[in-house]
Design a protein around this ligand. Structure first.
Ligand code: 5AD
Ligand code: SF4
Length: 472
């Protein structure tokens, strides 16, 4: 699909390079009868997905068609993640597989960007061991993609871009959205929290927020264009607004966005429990469009571990917020992130996490085995937990959450709810699949015409991860 939005490359140098590349690409198309194509591969979180939609928007402005087959691409962009080692390994091995494509098409340009290559040791590794990677740029240089590509194409040399020293908030970058009814909207970039296990503050820099006027205009346009599900993105949306001229906080922004008329849902992620405010919960409770869904990463149910993680809340404070949330919004879906096997986690600490899962009764958890990240304080901590203990704990936790999630979902059977239809299920094309207000998956018999629309759905059966039922 192809849904470009935004101004064509406004911004001096970016605009000039975009026009130069477009002229070259148009010439190529005339001479060869086929247009140059760009392929994007994205690892990691929604922020990365949103970044890739901007890269694709810029590429389109530069005269590339976007393709989903790497074999036919003239430009391959791999947008990497660094949050766990597994994501880094996958990105490196995938790029390794693209090497042979250069033998077939020597003019192919391969670029790597994003969080992994924002780490100096990884950028150096790419420079030395992946000579067929033509362009490397970090998260802070995303908006310079046309300039970097121009340099590569016109000077025929590798462009290994050092990270930007001053990180900016760039407006007016074109976006090529993957969907015509679900959209990501970044409201802020970076993170100041330095949780001791996390690489994000090192690779995405300090917090900076977009001005509310820019965000409101973007969301208004999305709603007018028929978008039905809009997710506001930031590493910690609760600290939105610092340093902006408007001086709004996140609750102010959400209240203003909620005033936009239309049939759509608003979501946001991620919230840090240390500053999830009552004001925000009150705004949500009285809103028209904010989905009754809250992702509130707990990370651990042990106060000792939370302190070593530098999370700056304890389990009592977390539960206070959760209880207030459920008091104000009784039907809210609550999800969380948990890290298992953080350095120094004892059996007793882990039992604390299980006890919190029983007490909090989350609808769903996203659980991760701790992965040491070079340069973070936790990676230097002495008492690393053995992989055997990590896996054993991980499995026990999933078994418990499976029971809780199934019970919670089964309590919702029979009640009609609105589901935004996404299209045929991958595993069973006879069924449509969609998302509830709580962002849970629902399967039902539907028609192609339902895609991108809200349907009324009644669940007849549920497991921990999905509902099965009928459209009514
Ligand atoms: N190891 C394992 N999980 C991590 N996360 C962040 N850093 C790490 C790490 N080093 C998890 C946290 C975060 C989610 C996005 O990824 O749970 O909330
Ligand atoms: Fe990482 Fe913590 Fe920032 Fe989230 S709040 S991005 S876990 S440092």
């Amino acid at each position: 699909m192809d849904h470009t939005q935004g101004n064509p490359a406004k911004g001096g140098e970016r605009e000039i390079c975009t026009l130069r590349l477009r002229a070259g690409n148009d010439r190529f198309a005339k001479e060869t009868g086929s247009r140059r194509r760009a392929y994007f591969l994205t690892f990691g979180c929604q922020q990365n997905e949103a970044d890739s939609e901007k890269l694709a928007g810029m590429a389109q402005d530069m005269g590339y068609d976007v393709t989903d087959t790497p074999d036919e691409a003239d430009l391959i962009v791999v947008n990497t993640c660094a949050v766990r080692e597994h994501a880094e390994k996958k990105a490196l091995s995938t790029v390794g597989q693209f090497k042979h494509l250069k033998a077939k098409n020597p003019a192919l340009v391969i670029a790597m960007c994003g969080c992994m290559v924002s780490q100096p040791h990884r950028a150096e590794e790419i420079r030395r061991r992946y000579p067929y990677v033509d362009i490397v740029f970090g998260t802070g240089s995303l908006h310079r993609f046309p300039q970097l590509l121009c340099e590569r194409m016109e000077k025929s040399r590798r462009v290994l871009c050092p990270e930007e020293e001053t990180l900016t908030v760039e407006e007016g970058i074109p976006v090529r959205r993957e969907s015509s009814y679900r959209a990501w909207v970044s409201i802020m970039y970076g993170c100041n929290n330095f949780c001791s296990y996390c690489i994000v503050p090192y690779v995405r820099g300090r917090e900076r927020s977009r001005e509310p006027g820019e965000i409101i205009a973007e969301v208004e346009k999305l709603v007018a264009d028929g978008y039905r599900d809009i997710t506001l993105l930031g590493q910690n949306v609760n600290s939105y607004g610092k340093g902006t001229a408007a001086g709004w906080d996140f609750a102010d922004l959400l209240a203003a966005l909620d005033r936009i008329d239309g049939d759509y849902r608003l979501r946001f992620m991620t919230s840090h429990p240390k500053d999830a405010s009552r004001k925000l919960i009150d705004v949500m409770a009285s809103s028209r469009h904010v989905a009754h869904q809250f992702h509130l990463p707990l990370q651990s149910g042990s106060d000792a571990i939370l302190s070593r993680m530098n999370r700056r809340y304890d389990t009592a404070k977390y539960l206070e917020t959760l209880d207030y949330l459920r008091e104000k919004i009784p039907d809210v879906t609550v999800t969380t992130d948990i890290i298992v096997g953080f350095p120094g986690e004892t059996d007793e600490d882990f039992e604390g996490t299980l006890a919190m899962l029983r007490r909090a009764r989350f609808d769903m958890i996203f659980s991760f085995i701790y992965s040491p990240r070079k340069g973070t304080p936790a990676a230097e901590m002495a008492e690393q937990v053995s992989p055997e203990a990590q896996h054993e704990r991980f499995d026990r936790m999933l078994a418990l959450q499976n029971e809780i999630g199934t019970e919670k979902n089964q309590a919702l059977l029979g009640v009609p709810v609105r589901v935004l239809c996404d299209g045929p299920s991958k595993n069973n094309p006879d069924l449509m699949c969609g998302r509830t207000e709580g962002n849970k998956i629902a399967f039902f018999k539907g028609e192609t015409d339902d895609v991108g629309k809200f349907v009324t759905f009644r669940a007849e059966r549920a497991d921990a991860f999905a509902f099965y039922g009928e459209k009514i």
